[in-house]
Design a protein around this ligand. Sequence first.
Ligand code: ADP
Ligand code: NI
Length: 224
Amino acid sequence: MNLTSKQIKTINKLEHHLFALFKDEASGHDFGHIKRVVGLTTRLLHEPADAFIALVVAYLHDVFDDKLTITSLSFDVLMTQWGIDLEDSHEQIERDIKTIGYKGGYQTPSRSLEATIVSDADLLDSMGAIGIARAFYYAGFKGLPFHDDTLMGVVATNYDDYRNLKRNAIAHFDEKLLKLKDAVVTPKAKKMADQRHQILKKFYDDFYQELHEGSIIQYFEHDK
Ligand code: ADP
Ligand code: NI
């Protein structure tokens, strides 16, 4: 990966500050998610993408997110208080960050190559075993049941519902997780997405199979 030593220092400083900011965040946007998206981004990076831009976007992609509790960070704070030098990429970075986020699939902005790579990395982290863990963790955090019979079939069909509708955690598989395989764009990410999709699908099928097995009360007649 092509980075100048100054850029490496900037990235390290950014990570240090973000770690401090995110260590108390519990909505599933924990620092671990950020680090995985950064790690996946480095695996997916390919020419002619600018590595510095992609990495900074990966680190910051959830920091200004609409549903996060962190509201104190701004580019101003980032550059002046933290002393992060985004060189001449500030504008592209800010633009790119706004294009990341699945948002229920209801908004599909056009993305730069760097943002496309980070978006794929972000989507991959919602898939597979980690994706399953995150979905149930998020639902628990939001006070949503993982499965309540009376909410069967309730799925979000617009962005507002996607954020606010009361529904089962497993519904998130129908509205988002099982669609991600087709939302991933870059070739390497597609390959990884195929594997992670299998894990999601197997879990989903097993989940309903087990619900079914537990749904019928067996009475044993016991005549004297
Ligand atoms: P998005 O990427 O759709 O904007 P987030 O990624 O910010 O949403 O959500 C954080 C994590 O929680 C992701 O793994 C996402 O799949 C999961 N998640 C989001 N909404 C729900 C929901 N209603 N139920 C279960 N999991 C959810
Ligand atoms: Ni994210």
